[in-house]
Design a protein around this ligand. Structure first.
Ligand code: HEC
Length: 137
């Protein structure tokens, strides 16, 4: 009798553990808070004609591996990170300020590497922001 109780409770506890692990896998990422200082940052290169050329080149070199050539979040490395790589073509970028996109790209968090050191030229940084915006349209 005692043994049976032990077996049943072990099964119950194990199933709970399994279910909570599975649920965690599908959890949506926490909202990404952007500090006000960044959110309000002005982009000095809005509409810069270089965005298409230079921005695209930098994107291909540094971002497409995860975010995909078209920004759909389907790059080769996307499956190797735990966090879902967001789709830039779903319209969510247009709801965010240039400063927010700058913050997320160059400060980063968890699986999104901060690119401040790899891409330190300020103009290049903003051209990437300009370029990823064009992927949504
Ligand atoms: C190693 C894979 C990887 C690389 C390389 C990478 N990213 Fe990301 N990126 C991610 C992941 C994963 C997230 C989601 C992070 C989160 O929500 O915590 C993300 C999120 C973002 C976001 C936020 C999108 C949103 O909807 O809020 C932006 C903007 C972004 N990346 C831009 C870039 C740019 C620009 C580059 C290249 C300079 C780049 N990323 C390179 C994996 C990557």
């Amino acid at each position: 009798m005692k043994n049976q109780f032990l077996i049943v409770s072990t099964i119950v506890i194990a199933s709970f553990a399994l279910v909570s692990m599975t649920v965690k896998d599908f959890e949506i990422q926490d909202p990404w808070e952007v500090p006000a200082k960044y959110e309000k940052m002005q982009n000095p290169h809005v509409g810069d004609a270089d965005a298409d050329q230079v921005g695209r080149m930098l994107y291909k070199e540094h971002c497409a591996s995860c975010h995909g050539t078209k920004g759909e979040g389907d790059g080769k490395k996307a499956d190797t990170v735990d966090t879902e790589v967001p789709d830039f073509t779903d319209g969510t970028l247009s709801e965010q300020s240039d400063g927010s996109l700058y913050y997320k790209t160059f400060i980063g968090r968890d699986d999104m590497p901060g690119f401040q050191e790899k891409i330190s030229d300020e103009k290049q940084q903003w051209l990437i922001v300009n370029y990823i915006r064009t992927l949504g349209s």
